[in-house]
Design a protein. Structure first.
Length: 371
């Protein structure tokens, strides 16, 4: 298999360029976001930073929708690491590995293709070579579409890649280094043009409180836009809008909405957030509702609600209390005991349930956010 990155060069664009990453087969969320940004096919330029499919429950429908979008022109999807399942099937590549991934992944493009084709569900006994042969017969167009996607989109003003690049000249020697870089924003790099990436949820860079909004690193010239859609319960799908040398972003999710009953002004003097990738903790003292743990990542002892202590990890937990204004609408993430995790303008924290009204809230969207 040729492992050289595929680069697509495109020129400057007079209208808006809308960049979206990590749709993950969430068609309803994707369509909702397109409506919110008032996307105009054939007039706006749309760039999709990979992970179009996998993990969401409408991967095949999402893929067909994006393939249809291509007819309007100015639509540029690229390959993410999750989209690589198409290469696995198309070339019968690393099938033992693919089988284990699919056996542990509830929602997958491959599962959906199997079900739609009326083939037996995948099990440990599945003959992967025979399965891939059957899928190629039925879905060659879809598999080839994903296989042929570029790994980098190179413009005069921006570089766009799924997870990151090694340099601005060759981008990388192996496409894997473009699709699977870990915490690209933390690398010791600087670029002359902004490098726009997805892959790593932006909340994984947070320490004081979780934010799912795009992260602009001016020093390194990196813009990270993966809002954790599908992979985080509080996640959202972000759109970065580039127009006439300006940047703004819009987001949406499918979380239920509730209304704040009271105005709160918490101090949050010692707030912290434990993200997924650095959630390992050492249990020091077990309590009835909270436990005292030591976090090597934070270099401190902290109290964590037991609801979030699972298998030696305290991931996606924050003690940050979200300030509320009476009457505002917030997105409801989790409820446990007398507490709830809520999100407003992409920032998540907790509040007491007595601060929330469960009366139905009319569907609406948060205002656009600007840098």
């Amino acid at each position: 298999m040729n492992r050289k990155p595929v680069i697509q060069k495109i020129g400057r664009f007079q209208g808006r360029t809308i960049v979206i990453s990590d749709i993950h087969g969430a068609l309803k969320t994707y369509q909702k976001l397109l409506k919110k940004v008032d996307y105009k096919p054939g007039k706006d330029r749309l760039i999709l930073l990979g992970d179009l499919v996998e993990k969401g429950d409408q991967s095949l429908a999402t893929l067909h929708f994006i393939m249809k979008q291509m007819d309007a022109g100015f639509v540029y999807p690229m390959m993410g690491n999750c989209d690589f399942v198409a290469k696995n099937v198309l070339f019968s590549y690393r099938l033992d590995f693919l089988k284990q991934v699919l056996l542990n992944r509830k929602h997958s493009l491959i599962h959906e293709m199997i079900a739609q084709a009326g083939l037996p569900a995948l099990t440990e006994e599945t003959d992967m070579d025979a399965l891939c042969y059957e899928l190629r017969k039925r879905y060659l167009k879809e598999l080839s579409f994903l296989n042929d996607l570029p790994h980098v989109i190179d413009t005069p003003d921006y570089i766009l890649a799924h997870s990151g690049i090694a340099n601005e000249q060759t981008f990388a020697d192996d496409f894997r280094d473009i699709m699977t870089r870990f915490q690209f924003d933390q690398e010791d790099v600087h670029f002359s043009r902004p490098v726009i990436v997805g892959h790593m949820p932006v909340s994984e860079y947070c320490v004081l409180y979780p934010s799912f909004n795009p992260k602009l690193n001016r020093e390194k010239n990196i813009i990270s836009i993966d809002g954790g859609n599908v992979v985080k319960k509080a996640g959202q799908l972000n759109a970065l809008i580039l127009s006439h040398n300006t940047l703004r972003f819009v987001n949406t999710d499918l979380l239920p909405k509730v209304r704040a009953l009271h105005t709160t002004r918490p101090e949050n003097q010692y707030s912290f957030y434990i993200n997924f990738s650095q959630g390992d903790v050492e249990l020091l003292e077990k309590g009835e509702n909270q436990s005292l743990v030591y976090s090597p990542h934070l270099h401190r002892r902290i109290w964590v609600d037991n609801e979030f202590l699972i298998d030696g990890k305290a991931s996606n937990y924050t003690n940050y209390e979200l300030p509320l204004i009476a009457g505002q609408t917030v997105h409801l993430v989790n409820v446990w005991g007398h507490k709830a995790q809520v999100k407003h303008h992409g920032v998540m924290g907790w509040t007491d349930l007595t601060n929330l009204s469960y009366d139905p809230v009319l569907e609406h969207e948060d205002a656009d956010l600007n840098w």
